[in-house]
Design a binder for this molecule. Structure first.
Ligand code: PPS
Length: 293
């Protein structure tokens, strides 16, 4: 089979983008959020699928096997900005979503989020992941996904990551931009991938308290058990095996699911250079990440 041409990264209002995320821009910007919508926002590869599945199970897990076993998670939690016909367009999927609340995923930097989400005072769950593991995960994702730009080799990719030449722009701008939003927008839960790895049950409790949910202890245990890395890797509804641009023999979507895999990729020199650059870009002492647990 002939290899598909990879999309080119271009500058879109100061942020790296590819066409499938800007083609539907007017509809994205004019999207009509509802007051009970929940926006799940992340930089790519920060654990979006994991937190989406946890929320999906918390809200709809008790409704019987139907949804969870027959509809892929990416259709139950639409990706707002995706527009790649013939696949369903993110805004259309969200408009037609029959659930209440609607869970909606986005990777947009905060300044691009449709204003109706803020006007409607929607709840926002932002998940962040340490820059080094996030970069490694993103590298392997671009290798396996022909719907993303060519990643180049690891050292080229890492420099591009540091310079913010990435789809959805700079990791540094993304995590900081959303962190600043949290300071002025109260309906906001900012969480970390590393915390979820460390103690998933505690993080489910925190999510429930933010969302005003009070499932039984057994239900919470069930959610935790269903959303383990191993279960989600086996589950065809969560492992992205339904998406044909992803070649999971190059690298599986559910790849490792660990904190600290960066140590298997960064050379000593790359790590020093990265840390030096990081200090310059991450000046806010309140926003702290863990690189191992
Ligand atoms: S995407 O394409 O942006 O939506 O990807 P995203 O879901 O944000 O991130 C994928 C990474 O999250 C890991 N993952 C998990 N880790 C631990 N436990 C669970 N349950 C889990 N589910 C997904 C997934 O393995 C990717 O990380 P890496 O480091 O590549 O393994």
């Amino acid at each position: 089979m002939e290899a598909r041409p990879r999309p080119e990264l271009f500058d879109f209002h100061g942020v790296g983008m590819i066409k499938k995320f800007t083609e539907n821009w007017d509809n994205i910007q004019n999207f009509k959020a509802r007051a009970d919508d929940i926006l799940i926002a992340t930089y790519t590869k920060a654990g979006t699928t994991w937190v989406s599945y946890i929320l999906d199970l918390l809200y709809f897990g008790h409704m019987g096997p139907d949804g969870q076993t027959s509809i892929p998670l990416h259709d139950r939690v639409p990706f707002l900005e995706i527009c790649k016909p013939p696949l369903p367009i993110g805004t259309d999927l969200a408009d037609k979503l029959p659930t209440t609340p609607r869970l909606i995923k986005t990777h947009l930097p905060v300044q691009f989020v449709p204003k109706s989400f803020w006007e409607q005072r929607c709840r926002v769950v932002y998940m962040a992941r340490n820059a080094k593991d996030n970069a490694v995960s993103y590298f392997h994702f671009q290798r396996m996904n022909s719907g993303m730009p060519e990643p180049g080799d690891w050292s080229t990719f890492l420099l591009n990551f540091m310079e913010g030449k990435m789809v959805f722009g700079s990791w540094y701008d993304h995590v900081n931009g959303w962190w600043e939003k949290k300071q002025i927008y109260s309906n906001f839960h900012y969480m970390f991938y590393e915390d979820l790895i460390e103690d998933c049950r505690r993080e489910i409790d925190r999510l429930c308290s933010f969302l005003g949910l009070s499932p039984s202890a057994e239900e919470k245990e069930r959610v935790k058990a269903s959303a383990t890395f191993d279960n989600m890797k086996q589950n065809k509804m969560t492992n992205y095996s339904t998406i044909d641009t992803m070649n999971q023999t190059i690298s599986p979507f559910m790849r490792k699911g660990k904190v600290g895999d960066w140590k298997n990729h960064f050379t000593v020199a790359q790590n020093e250079q990265f840390d030096e650059d990081y200090k310059q870009k991450m000046k806010n002492p309140d926003l702290k990440f863990r690189y191992e647990i």
